[in-house]
Design a protein around this ligand. Structure first.
Ligand SMILES: [Zn+2]
Length: 378
């Protein structure tokens, strides 16, 4: 048993001053103003903030590793480095590829075993059942009609974590497909889509609960054809993934999302690719080659291909554009957990996993604790 202490603890639904977080067996057992007598082991962080670890529900890789292309050892290395950016849990995302390659990925990823690093709390298949006109960096050659049989095989490799599929609801049979996936307890998000407002509403009624990177790879908002963007902003139960790298969205667009969704439904994600955490260069994104120039990954034709964003940077960017820090933290911790129906994480409360980060006054990650174990200290 040990305790952590900082001048400020953000849970993130509350701000607590001069509070000890008592940890035992990887769990938060109590929040206390004073410690019991003879309690010796305390990690104290002066002038720092303790927050829950970040939860990134949309990443394709980082630190030179693309999760689709990497071997098991390299995936382990990627997982081992994520805590450097404050990420204590994450949801790896595939890209559109052949069934064989998605199956190979699923076999590989589900066999990695325990790794000291960020915890895998879900799996996200981004496509291949999307709209070819909204492919973006997704490989057009492998975009195809929805297949429940494929999804059953692919998600079958991941029994202990949440499963999610990004679907374009307007494709042939799209709405029935969403209903079937929900019946299989698979989370559905809509994205890479030209859905009309009505089709998006139908998708939400059928059980879709998230929009994959709102605005990006969705039909543009038009006042007479408002589309999926407007449906997502209007429907109060829908979670909106937001890539806050200052490249994918103009800050004013982020502000609009925040005004409509608030911190309870806006989710900060990285959509990061192998180049995240590194300098410029050429990297793989599944079957596709991408170039990172001035920190921005693109296909050779200039199409944006994910980001080099990290979660700590996303939170800093949110604060930079005027979103209150406590709200930015919520959108990087508790809200993503709720979107992916992950329990026991994302909030500093008794009984939850002791996945904690320590931030300095400039919001840099000073230390990361994974289930109570100190991982990273500058
Ligand atoms: Zn993505």
């Amino acid at each position: 048993m040990f305790a952590l202490e900082a001048s400020t603890v953000i849970t993130p639904t509350k701000i607590l001053k001069d509070t000890y977080i008592i940890v035992s067996n990887g769990k938060i057992v109590r929040l206390a103003k004073t410690l019991p007598k003879n309690f010796e082991k305390v990690d104290s962080y002066e002038k720092c903030i303790i927050a829950p670890g970040f939860v990134d529900i949309h990443t394709h890789g980082g630190f030179g590793f693309d999760i689709m292309c990497s071997n098991v050892n390299d995936i382990r290395k990627f997982i081992g480095r994520l805590p450097e950016t404050g990420v204590t849990s994450f949801v790896p995302s595939t890209v559109t590829d052949s069934f064989e390659n998605l199956k190979l990925f699923s076999e590989k990823f589900s066999s990695i075993g325990y790794v000291k690093g960020s915890e895998v709390v879900g799996i996200h298949f981004e496509g291949p059942y999307i709209n070819i006109n909204m492919a973006g960096a997704q490989s057009r050659a492998y975009i195809r009609a929805p297949s429940v049989e494929e999804v059953k095989v692919l998600t079958g490799f991941f029994n202990s974590v949440r499963k999610r599929v990004t679907v374009a609801p307007e494709v042939e049979g799209g709405i029935d497909f969403i209903k079937t996936l929900r019946g299989l307890n698979i989370i559905v998000s809509i994205g890479h889509t030209e859905a009309s407002y009505h089709q998006a509403l139908q998708a939400f009624s059928a059980g879709a609960r998230i929009v994959t990177h709102i605005f990006n790879r969705m039909k543009s908002f038009h006042h007479r054809e408002p589309g999926a963007v407007c449906a997502a902003l209007n429907c109060k139960n829908v979670y909106a993934e937001t890539i806050l790298d200052m490249v994918h969205l103009h800050p004013a667009t982020v502000e609009l999302v925040y005004r409509c969704k608030g911190s309870k439904k806006m989710v900060l994600v990285t959509d990061s690719v192998a180049g995240a955490g590194l300098g410029d260069g050429t990297f793989k994104l599944g079957p596709t080659e991408i170039n990172v120039v001035a920190g921005v990954p693109r296909l050779p034709d200039g199409t944006l291909a994910g980001s080099t964003l990290t979660m700590d940077k996303a939170v800093k960017n949110a604060v930079k554009i005027g979103i209150p820090f406590i709200k930015a933290l919520e959108m990087a911790t508790l809200t993503p957990c709720k979107a992916m129906m992950v329990r026991g994480k994302g909030c500093i409360v008794e009984g939850n996993d002791a996945d904690l980060i320590v931030l300095d006054k400039d919001l840099n990650v000073v230390a990361t604790y994974l289930k109570g174990e100190k991982f990273f200290l500058l």
